[in-house]
Design a protein around this ligand. Structure first.
Ligand code: NBP
Length: 475
């Protein structure tokens, strides 16, 4: 009997994806470069469904029903290329190769184009939700051709997370669109985590609360509009007590945040697209600063504020912080969706932003009630210029903005860094400003480089003779 689908790469993600497939009735051929992982999977979880262990890629390919469907779940980068290069000569026209790793979307575009020439469908697919998601239902973001998606759709729907009867999977767009959207998802995840971390820092340093108390505050936040997986796990982590020292876990962990690269890719691409994802950029840089002990050691003696701000109403401050977090989150997500919009236009993907919000409601790390609101915003107006312009978000920002300003002011007065919250507020004030000092920058550019400017009151491009008589003429 032939297998329905193959999975190669059986580390945590691949193993759990293979189990998810088998539990949903697929006969799954499995393969890993080092055989032990394959045997281990079948030995420990063989009872969960039908697995066909194979010892080589050739054996894997030969075990599959046609058109063949092979999922690659190996380390992103050269390892993925190595597996593709070995697999492709064994495949036939119409076969479908799915890369479910965290590939850079530019690699996916290159691979898709190369394989399309050989008649093989290549579907770069974002998978979010970590190992638990892979097992119980991830959010799945496939790119590639519509034809290939039709081939995969039923099985992807069966293994994806499900919210209110809707599976968290959609055909995002052609070639690298899926991996692009997964990249921005991770960027937004960075921004969201940074905002939550700043909120914790404020409650700790301004109000002097203990991690256990702050865990309770996050538990309460989680019953309201901030309800989300990230807030939920934040409360869990803050409430955790280290067994070795009986101290709060968060106090014994080295405060140097690591990263695997998708946040950096998001910002690199945003620079290419001139898409201002300031929240994601601050989050990536905040992790970078945390990971520079030499810099932090050298700066550790610099003075903070000479006096601390007085907080007369601590519960009022907590309420302000909740509003600041919510408003900042709206901005961070608005920026991320804008980047997807910009990528879609630049790379020709025609991405449905409402559909992206829909598949992020479950399975993935940023899953939250909030995504339902984003979906509703795009449902109501698919051509929305920014989520900030949506009526409901506008109302939330209007209600939050005074609190937001107080939080940034208090943080600044107390010397507590809030790069994420303050950049979000700066973005808000920038985009809503009727006049920006960009006019002055145009003047400076024209002064030193004759770069020209446009006027508010006349068509055309102008230059002023700064070094001579300062007369203006059309350039
Ligand atoms: P890893 O990213 O740690 O990769 C380990 C797997 O890659 C093993 O199966 C290993 O085989 C295989 N591999 C390597 Br390394 N080099 C290879 C090569 N040259 N040829 C063939 N196989 C090779 O595994 P993971 O954490 O399960 O993640 C898999 C993918 O999913 C990655 O792209 C990751 O970025 C992505 N992802 C991970 C998460 C997560 O939460 N961990 C979430 C979302 C996406 P071996 O056993 O023989 O060494």
């Amino acid at each position: 009997d032939k297998a329905d689908i193959g999975v190669t790469g059986l580390a945590v993600m691949g193993r759990n994806l293979a189990r998810n497939l088998a539990r949903n009735g697929q006969r799954v051929a499995v393969h890993n470069r080092h055989r032990e992982r394959t045997d281990d999977l079948v030995e420990r979880f063989g009872g969960e469904g039908e697995f066909v262990p194979t010892g080589s890629l050739r054996e894997l390919v030969e075990s599959l029903e046609r058109p063949r469907r092979v999922v690659i779940m190996v380390k992103a980068g050269p390892a993925t290329d190595a597996v593709i290069d070995e697999l492709v000569p064994m495949l036939d026209t119409g076969d479908v190769l799915v890369d479910a790793g965290n590939a850079n979307f530019t690699d996916t575009r290159r691979r898709e184009a190369a394989l399309a020439e050989r008649g093989v469908h290549f579907v770069g697919t974002g998978v979010s939700g970590g190992e638990e998601g892979a097992l119980h239902g991830p959010s799945i973001m496939p790119g590639g051709s519509a034809e290939a998606y039709r081939e995969l759709e039923p099985v992807l729907r069966s293994i994806a997370a499900n919210v209110d009867g809707t599976p968290c999977v959609t055909h995002v767009g052609a070639d690298g669109a899926g991996h692009f959207v997964k990249m921005v998802h991770n960027g937004i995840e960075y921004a969201d985590m940074q905002l939550i971390a700043e909120t914790y820092d404020l409650l700790r340093k301004v109000l002097g609360r203990e991690p256990g108390e702050i865990a309770e505050t996050f538990r309460r936040f989680n019953t309201g509009r901030l309800n989300s997986y990230l807030i939920e796990i934040t409360a869990e982590v803050l409430g955790h007590v280290d067994a070795r020292t009986s101290r709060p876990f968060v106090d014994v962990v080295l405060d140097q945040a690591e990263q695997k690269g998708t946040g950096r890719w998001t910002v690199q691409n945003a620079l290419e697209l001139a898409s201002p994802v300031t929240g994601i950029a601050e989050a990536v840089f905040a992790r970078s600063i945390s990971g520079q002990p030499r810099l932090r050691e050298a700066a550790a003696d610099l003075p903070g504020p000479s006096e601390q701000p007085r907080i007369d109403d601590p519960e009022g401050f907590v309420a302000d912080v909740e509003r600041a977090l919510y408003a900042s989150k709206i901005v961070a997500y608005a920026q991320g969706f804008d980047q997807i919009q910009a990528g879609s236009a630049t790379y020709g993907w025609n991405i449905d932003l409402g559909a992206v919000a829909t598949i992020w409601r479950g399975g993935c790390i940023i899953r939250a009630e909030f995504l339902d609101r984003i979906r509703a915003a795009y449902d109501q107006n698919p051509g929305l210029a920014s989520l900030l312009a949506d009526e409901d978000f506008r109302a939330a920002l209007t209600e939050a903005q005074d609190s937001w300003r107080r939080v940034v002011a208090t943080a600044t007065a107390a010397g507590v860094p809030v790069p994420g919250i303050s950049t979000a507020l700066a973005y808000y004030d920038t985009v809503r400003a009727r006049r920006l000092p960009a006019a002055l920058i145009q003047g400076q550019r024209d002064y030193f480089g004759a770069h020209t400017y446009r006027r508010t009151d006349a068509e055309g491009v102008f230059h002023t003779e700064w070094a001579a008589d300062r007369s203006e003429h059309e350039a």
